[in-house]
Design a protein around this ligand. Structure first.
Ligand SMILES: CC(C)(COP(=O)(O)OP(=O)(O)OC[C@H]1O[C@@H](n2cnc3c(N)ncnc32)[C@H](O)[C@@H]1OP(=O)(O)O)[C@@H](O)C(=O)NCCC(=O)NCCS
Length: 168
């Protein structure tokens, strides 16, 4: 069987329909009510920090980054991260994470937050946020609200409501 090479690329508008299909399959209709979605619908995401995994030109995984404000502090919201079911457990999720985090760091960002499972995101430097510090626009399991500091104490004194940066 012909095995087409897996490649990674910065996200492009042409990828949008496939990414939407992947996210729909991964998160279902309930995704529209999730806190992270509510923030993301406030504006666009940053394609220069968002990546896709491609096989033979088909999108098999995607990760996005969105500019946010926490209280008065600028930060990034990572997600959604999703991989097509038949492509799971091949390291694609981790590779997408590495690319997005590296791009964010290179672009000079200091803080990234996400809603997700610490066992998966911990190796990328994500830790639970102290409960009550960062408020999301919809309820979130406090164990799943994670942050990664690119610079020392980037999270210190950061508190407040998370909004899309365009809504700040
Ligand atoms: C989470 C997801 C993006 C991982 O992508 P992937 O390409 O399969 O991941 P990788 O191949 O890089 O890593 C696989 C490893 O992560 C583990 N893993 C997957 N999801 C996990 C989770 N939610 N919590 C902890 N570990 C997880 C797998 O068990 C596997 O472990 P192993 O390497 O010890 O066998 C993918 O499973 C997915 O699309 N899930 C549905 C959408 C989703 O839940 N997105 C994340 C929101 S928190």
């Amino acid at each position: 069987m012909l095995q087409l090479e897996l490649t990674y690329a910065q996200e492009d508008p042409a990828h949008d329909p496939e990414i939407e299909a992947i996210n729909s399959q991964a998160f279902g209709p309930g995704r529209f009510t999730r806190a992270a979605y509510r923030i993301r619908e406030g504006g666009s995401h940053d394609r220069s920090l968002s990546f896709v995994a491609l096989q033979g030109g088909i999108v098999v995984g995607s990760v996005r980054m969105t500019h946010i404000v926490i209280g008065k502090t600028r930060a990034l919201l990572l997600g959604p991260l999703a991989v097509r079911p038949e492509w799971k457990n091949r390291g694609i999720g981790r590779a997408l994470m590495s690319q997005a985090m590296e791009a964010a760091k290179l672009a000079g960002h200091r803080l990234v937050v996400l809603v997700g499972d610490e066992p998966y995101y911990g190796p990328f430097g994500f830790r639970k946020v102290e409960p009550g510090r960062i408020m999301m626009p919809a309820p979130v399991d406090p164990h799943r609200l994670l942050a990664c500091e690119f610079t020392v104490r980037a999270l210190e004194n950061v508190s407040g409501l998370v909004r899309h940066a365009d809504r700040a």
